[in-house]
Write a protein that binds this ligand. Structure first.
Ligand code: G
Ligand code: G
Ligand code: MN
Ligand code: NA
Length: 250
């Protein structure tokens, strides 16, 4: 297909864009870092989102190079940030299953000079379907270098609570669908409360994703979530815009 062929030259043509969505502390509203989100600026089709981009990459057998390119761009941007800020990068199933992924990521980290202790890898449950022992091993190798792991989109799929027991993770990132109803439905608050209690017992910090209004921010803070990300405060933005925001918040 044409798109797959286009993708093979997209990196060289610098068509892969990495945006940054700010993340904030729920106790004092301070900026804590950003999640890197990829888009493809296709010369004819315009902007292609990350979901479609990775589906095309999968078909082109090009997930590895694409992921490394995104991680490289994100880390080179992030090393200019104030040193209290963290960078989150998304990880796919194909990444984790790839034998030399850990070594290649750690090489990228070293080359970029971005401190590994300020890096978080966001892993979805869907990513973990397959060899859970291998995933745990890979994560432990990252952990040993100071890199933290977030379980992303938590609550969106089949929550396998066993993951929480066997994986060396630091953050639970609640899916937007877990947040949507917390100002309107008592059951949503009950579920949130139970998850935060469980997270606390497991020494995990909770990140609330998709906070769109002040009411949701207040409830998430009151219920003990540690961090949030959402359109209430900021959309994904260019590296230059994020850099400006970070300087202004310093
Ligand atoms: O920002 P957007 O709505 O396009 O994101 C859609 C999904 O794609 C999100 O779940 C996000 O985690 C994922 N995603 C965005 N950027 C990347 C990336 O660089 N790598 C991977 N593996 N997934 C990404
Ligand atoms: O699943 P993951 O956390 O990687 O997904 C990030 C995606 O969620 C991005 O595409 C981002 O644009 C989107 N997102 C972030 N905050 C909000 C929000 O407040 N509302 C909505 N609708 N989407 C959001
Ligand atoms: Mn994510
Ligand atoms: Na995700």
């Amino acid at each position: 297909q044409q798109l797959e062929a286009d993708l093979l030259i997209a990196i060289d043509n610098d068509e892969i864009e990495v945006l940054f969505q700010p993340q904030f502390d729920l106790t004092d509203d301070s900026l804590t870092g950003a999640e890197a989100l990829a888009r493809w600026r296709h010369p004819e089709l315009g902007r292609i989102g990350a979901g479609a981009l990775f589906a095309i990459a999968e078909r082109a057998d090009y997930v590895g190079p694409l992921s490394r390119h995104i991680a490289h761009k994100a880390m080179w941007a992030a090393k200019e940030w104030p040193e209290n800020l963290r960078l989150s990068i998304n990880v796919t199933a194909a990444d984790l299953a790839f034998g030399s992924y850990t070594r290649q990521m750690l090489d990228l980290v070293r080359e970029s000079g971005f401190p590994p202790r300020r890096l978080t890898l966001e892993v979805t449950e869907q990513t973990l379907i397959g060899d859970i022992t291998l995933a745990a091993q890979t994560m432990a190798e990252f952990s040993a270098q100071g890199i933290r792991i977030a379980l992303d989109d938590f609550g969106a799929g089949f929550c396998n609570f066993r993951y929480l027991k066997v994986l060396p993770i630091h953050y639970l990132k609640l899916d937007r669908s877990m947040i949507d109803g917390i100002t309107t439905d008592r059951r949503d608050v009950a579920v949130l409360r139970a998850i935060v209690a469980m997270a606390r017992a497991l020494d995990l910090q909770v990140i609330a994703e998709g906070i769109e209004d002040e009411g949701q921010r207040v409830v998430a803070a009151r219920e003990g979530c540690a961090y949030f990300q959402g359109f209430l405060r900021a959309q994904p933005m260019s590296a230059a815009m994020f850099q400006k925001l970070a300087r202004a918040e310093e």
